[in-house]
Structure formats: structure tokens, C-alpha cells
Design a protein around this ligand. Structure first.
Ligand SMILES: *[C@@H]1O[C@H](CO)[C@@H](O)[C@H](O)[C@H]1NC(C)=O
Ligand SMILES: *[C@@H]1O[C@H](CO)[C@@H](O)[C@H](O)[C@H]1NC(C)=O
Ligand SMILES: *[C@@H]1O[C@H](CO)[C@@H](O)[C@H](O)[C@H]1NC(C)=O
Length: 475
């Protein structure tokens, strides 16, 4: 009689214990760019590693462009003398799914007539171009993307566009659940989700997941506050009550996100949020709801349609019915192709006259670029060090991608069968007129040929490159 409960307790204990053990902390790497020592920031005592893994640039004192930027005192900037492409190459990153976030910096001492504008790539895929006026918008002082890192490295590169020197305050690589933001069959490892907007409706203050006491597996998302959609007739609503089913896998949203909302009013029963987007892109949209209005007491009392750019995407949404209860989280997601420059999310009441929404997330769906053949990259890197190529060649990151910023002098072609880029030859072309083909050639022959022979592989490659370079110069 006594034994059975004892066994049961043991079993329960083991189960509880093993779930605790299985749920480890996510892998996290934070870098305080330009910092000479590790930094701990208040209020959460977050650790930022001192600067490492960069290919060039200069450390400087930072001015934070926004209060939401992490409270770090330094940055790293990349003047043109460091080359047009510069990277952070972080090694030993466990294979997985990560949020990569980069905060931009402003140098407090140098003359900043203009904000620097530059491009950012992750693993060879260009994810973002800074927009002028970014220093005036909290949600533009960083860029963030959800990527699969599968080869043990994270390569994050900054590409000059001729508008000031790229300046970076911090880099964060935060592990997410493997199936975080799974949106259906088109979701594969070859996609990247760049955060385009993340709004907490009816809330007045900018918040990170950590401010909301969110789960560490949530990637410490930043939620921009939005108190009105601009019609002037919606109302902010909030509750202190607990919300059920908020922090579920795979996305682990913070419960507090569902404790505020925007609700429409009699004068304007529809809710509509409009944002600017880049045309002809695909977007993944995530909408968050919880019935926190005490006047809505049961299923059927509030029913609305959700329209995206005028097309009914979710019909007859009944939060209480679909989530199972009041004060319970409901997350809906959909993907859309937007041909124009605006994205409008509309809510149109059908039962009860007011619509409600708690939060909105919009991601641009990007296709990860194919990379350059590894042997080719290695050969070029050896060539770079053997020749002591000037930094201004910009030979950092992947030679051929992002396609907007290939290495100077690399003639890249895409091989459809292997889905890889390969280098057909080197030529010396001129955004940099001081380097002419013949001086390049002579340098190779007179000073460096011996070091080529040291490595047979390198020799083969170098010969190949030189011959094709010669060919290019004749044609
Ligand atoms: C950065 O600020 C520190 C004091 O906070 C100062 O000692 C140092 O000289 C500054 N560095 C530059 C490059 O201005
Ligand atoms: C997103 O929506 C798709 C399609 O409706 C669904 O299969 C998927 O499970 C949803 N993702 C999450 C995380 O809820
Ligand atoms: C958008 O998705 C469709 C498939 O749904 C695809 O054919 C198209 O190439 C995508 N567009 C972009 C810009 O990725």
C-alpha cells in the first residue's frame, strides 16, 4: 500500500527534474564594440564582451542615438581607409536559430554633419540599409534578423555606401527556439526574417522582453510603444490580470504584452495600422490578441475580420472562442506579398462594435544568399595576406555576396548546379584608380611568387587567377 505512492512521487520528481535539466539557457553573445574591457549594464547586469572578432576599424567614444540603445560608452567605426567592407567574424557559434541584432552608434567627438548611412549583411545576405533620419526613430537605431547559423560562424558585415563611416555600438547573437516564428511550409532554413515592426499597442513606454520579465528564449525583443493608430478615436486599455497561454513555445511572448491593447470606439469602429514597406517583398505578419475588456464576457460578443491591404485574411475572429477563454493569448500569423509601398492591417467589427488588438509584428522575409565556394575564399584570403593587399580593397566577408557589395577585383559567377558562387578571375578595376592592373601584376611577380610556391594549392589557384586576370586585361 505504501509503495505505490512512493514510486509515483519518485517518478514525478524525476520528470520534473529532467524537464528542468532539458531546458537550458539559450546561447547568448553580446559584444560592446570598441570596448577594451567587458561591460556589465544595469539594471539586469547584462554582460557585454569587450570588442573582438572585427576585421578593422577604430574604437571611439560613443554617443547613444536613442534611450533604447544599450548603455555602452564605446563604438567601433570603419573609415574608408579600413576598406569598403568590414565584418565581425564570430566563431564557435553552436549550430542553431538566432536573433542577430546590431545597434548603430554615433561618434561623440568627430564631426557628424550627417548620420552615417550604410548597408548590413549577415552571412552574406544583405538585410538592411540605414535610412536617412534614423537617429530620430527608436526603432531605426538598430537592425535585427532571425537567421539560422549552421556553419559555426556568424559573419556580420558593414558596407560603406559613401555616406559617412559605418559606426557600430553593439552586436547581439541570441539563440531562439529552432522553430521560432514557424509560419508554414515556406518556412525553411534558407530564409531570414528581418524585423520591420514590432509594436505593443496601448502601451506608452518602449520595452524589451527583459523589461516585461519575458522568457530568455524570446530573444529579448524590442517592443515599440503605440498609443494610437492615428485615427484619434481608438483608446488604450490595460489590465493587471494574468494572461493565460502567453509564454508558450516556440516564441515565448511576455505575458505583459497582452495586458495592454488598443480598442476602437463608436465614432470609428474599425482599427487600421499602416506602415511604409519596401515594395515587392514578402512579409510575415504576427498579430496578438487577448480579451482584456471586462465588458466582453463570452464568446460571440466580439467578432471581427482582419484585412491586410484590404483583403480579408482572417474572417470572424472571436478571441474568447479561439483562445479558449477571456484573459488568454491568441497569436495569428500570415504571410503576404506586398506590391506597393504601404502595408495596412485593418480590423473590422462584425459582432460588438469595437475591435481590439494587443500587439503586431511584421517581418520582411529574405532569402539567404548562396555563399562562395570555400576553397575559393581560402585561396583569395591567402592571396590577400601574401600580397599584403591594401585594406581599401575591402577583402572581408564573402567575396561575391551580398551581390550589392562584392570584393573589388573579384569576377564572380553563380554556378546553378552547386548553388555556389565561384570566382572566374581577378581584374583590376577602378573605383580605386591608384591601383592599376600592371602594378598589381608586377607586385605579384617580383615580390611574392616565392611565397605562393610554399603552398601548392595556393600556387594552382594563383596561377589560375593570374592567367584569367591576364586574359581579362587583354580582352
Ligand atoms: C573617451 O572618453 C574618455 C573619458 O571618458 C577619455 O579619457 C578618452 O580620451 C576619450 N577618447 C577619445 C578617443 O576621445
Ligand atoms: C503560423 O501559421 C501557420 C499557418 O496558419 C501555422 O501552421 C503555424 O503553426 C503558425 N505558427 C505558429 C508559431 O503559431
Ligand atoms: C514571395 O513569395 C512567393 C511565393 O509565395 C515567391 O514566388 C516570390 O519569389 C517571393 N518574393 C520575394 C521577393 O521573395
Amino acid at each position: 500500500m505504501q509503495r505505490f505512492p512512493f514510486l509515483l512521487w519518485t517518478l514525478l520528481f524525476c520528470l520534473a527534474f529532467s524537464t528542468c535539466v532539458a531546458r537550458q539557457a539559450p546561447w547568448v553573445m553580446r559584444i560592446s564594440c570598441g570596448a577594451r574591457l567587458n561591460v556589465h549594464t544595469a539594471p539586469t547586469n547584462t554582460l557585454w564582451y569587450k570588442d573582438f572578432a572585427y576585421t578593422g576599424g577604430i574604437p571611439a567614444n560613443a554617443t547613444r542615438p536613442s534611450n533604447i540603445s544599450p548603455p555602452l560608452k564605446t563604438l567601433r567605426y570603419f573609415p574608408l581607409s579600413s576598406g569598403p567592407n568590414n565584418c565581425y567574424n564570430i566563431n564557435r557559434v553552436p549550430k542553431g536559430h538566432y536573433t542577430v541584432r546590431v545597434f548603430f552608434g554615433l561618434d561623440g567627438h568627430r564631426n557628424f554633419d550627417n548620420e552615417p548611412l550604410f548597408d548590413i549583411s549577415i552571412e552574406g545576405t544583405q538585410i538592411y540599409s540605414l535610412k536617412s533620419g534614423w537617429t530620430n526613430h527608436d526603432d531605426q537605431v538598430f537592425t535585427e534578423a532571425l537567421v539560422f547559423l549552421t556553419d559555426g560562424t556568424a559573419s556580420i558585415c558593414f558596407h560603406s555606401t559613401g555616406h559617412g563611416d559605418p559606426a557600430i555600438l553593439s552586436i547581439e547573437i541570441l539563440q531562439m527556439e529552432d522553430r521560432a516564428y514557424y509560419f508554414g511550409p515556406a518556412w525553411v532554413q534558407g530564409i531570414i526574417l528581418r524585423t520591420a515592426a514590432r509594436l505593443s499597442c496601448g502601451n506608452g513606454k518602449p520595452k524589451f522582453d527583459v523589461d516585461y520579465s519575458g522568457d530568455h528564449w524570446g530573444g529579448d525583443r524590442f517592443w515599440s510603444p503605440i498609443k494610437t493608430f492615428g485615427q484619434g478615436s481608438d483608446l488604450a486599455r490595460s489590465t493587471e490580470s494574468g494572461i493565460k497561454k502567453a509564454s508558450n513555445a516556440p516564441n515565448y511572448y511576455p505575458e505583459a504584452l497582452y495586458q495592454t491593447a488598443l480598442v476602437s470606439t463608436d465614432t470609428q469602429p474599425d482599427l487600421a495600422y499602416t506602415m511604409d514597406v519596401d515594395p515587392n517583398r514578402n512579409y510575415s505578419i504576427w498579430l496578438h490578441f487577448a480579451e482584456i475588456d471586462s465588458s466582453v464576457t463570452a464568446a460571440g460578443k466580439r467578432v471581427f475580420d482582419i484585412l491586410i491591404n484590404g483583403v480579408v485574411t482572417f474572417e470572424d475572429v472571436d478571441i474568447v472562442k479561439m483562445s479558449g477563454d477571456r484573459y488568454t493569448a491568441l497569436v495569428l500569423n500570415t504571410t503576404v506579398t506586398v506590391s506597393g509601398r504601404t502595408l495596412t492591417i485593418g480590423l473590422h467589427p462584425k459582432e460588438g462594435s469595437h475591435a481590439i488588438i494587443n500587439a503586431i509584428e511584421v517581418f520582411e522575409i529574405l532569402t539567404a544568399e548562396s555563399k562562395t565556394l570555400l576553397e575559393e575564399v581560402r585561396a583569395l584570403q591567402s592571396l590577400k595576406s601574401a600580397l599584403s593587399l591594401p585594406l581599401r580593397f575591402g577583402w572581408n566577408g564573402d567575396p561575391c555576396v551580398p551581390q550589392e557589395h562584392p570584393w573589388n577585383g573579384a569576377d564572380c559567377h553563380f554556378d546553378k548546379t552547386s548553388s555556389k558562387w565561384f570566382i572566374d578571375g581577378l581584374y583590376c578595376l577602378d573605383p580605386f584608380p591608384q591601383i592599376h592592373f600592371y602594378s598589381f601584376f608586377t607586385t605579384i611577380y617580383l615580390n611574392q611568387i616565392l611565397s605562393f610556391i610554399e603552398s601548392f594549392l595556393l600556387f594552382i589557384h594563383a596561377t589560375h587567377y593570374l592567367l584569367s586576370a591576364l586574359f581579362h586585361s587583354k580582352s
